[in-house]
Ligand binder design. Structure first.
Ligand SMILES: N[C@@H](CCC(=O)N[C@@H](CS)C(=O)NCC(=O)O)C(=O)O
Length: 225
């Protein structure tokens, strides 16, 4: 039996979506973020030492497997239960693109989006006396590094999505599932920048029945700003 250890408003939402696309039976064990720190509760560390979500456990005939890291969970699910679905054939041009986006989501774009969120919260959390200084530092980091880097990456994604309907080509793959979380976050945090292909991608995934079923099962999903 597959169990998704699901933290509210988190990357584990996309694992629920993948499972719904695959039509696999699974259970959800729910965990709530601490509202002040936004960190996961300590119960998740009992499942895996990092205590992050998503975590997948699979109770097999040979015992329980515990898998962390979205990309590794996606590959495990497709290798074990996919029967060739949601991944292009190895050796094809689509497969190269598929593997690129599968890694890119957590390796390149998510760190920038998380940095933006953390840096943005610094000025708000600073004691009021030093708040103007903190704000100056934050503005400097945004101007010199985060702003240009995010622009570079989002323009690249925007251009790539102009070439095909989905990240690997004309078929939906698990690379789209993996990219859904950063693009949901980016479409909220872009601050009104024009990204029509990214916006259309987000609309397209939200229209899928499997995505909607995953939302119903996962509960409230709001990435905030
Ligand atoms: N690269 C990891 C990131 C896991 C991660 O940081 N998950 C966040 C939720 S989106 C989390 O568990 N945050 C709570 C915490 O760090 O305590 C993955 O894709 O699985």
């Amino acid at each position: 039996m597959l169990t998704v250890h699901h933290l509210n408003n988190s990357r584990s939402q996309r694992i629920l979506w993948l499972l719904e696309e695959l039509g696999l039976p699974y259970e959800i064990k729910r965990y709530q973020r601490d509202p002040s720190t936004m960190l996961a509760p300590k119960e998740l560390k009992a499942i895996h030492p990092l205590g992050k979500s998503p975590l997948l456990t699979d109770d097999t005939a040979n015992g329980r497997l515990t898998i962390a890291e979205s990309g590794a969970i996606i590959e495990y699910l497709l290798d074990t239960y996919g029967n060739g679905r949601l991944a292009p054939a190895r050796g094809s041009a689509e497969f190269l693109r598929y593997r690129f986006w599968l890694h890119y989501a957590e390796g390149s774009i998510m760190p920038l989006l998380v940095m933006k969120l953390v840096v943005g919260s610094v000025a708000k959390r600073a004691p009021w006396l030093v708040r103007p200084v903190a704000k100056g530092v934050v503005d400097g980091i945004n101007k010199a590094f985060l702003g240009p880097q995010l622009k570079l990456h989002l323009s690249f994604i925007e251009a790539e999505l102009g070439k095909n309907s989905w990240f690997a080509g004309e078929e939906l793959t698990a690379a789209d599932v993996q990219m859904s979380f950063p693009l949901e976050a980016a479409s909220v945090r872009a601050g009104g920048a024009a990204m029509p292909n990214i916006d259309a991608f987000v609309k397209r995934i939200r229209a899928r029945p499997a995505y909607q079923r995953a939302l119903e099962k996962g509960g409230k999903f709001e990435l905030g700003s």
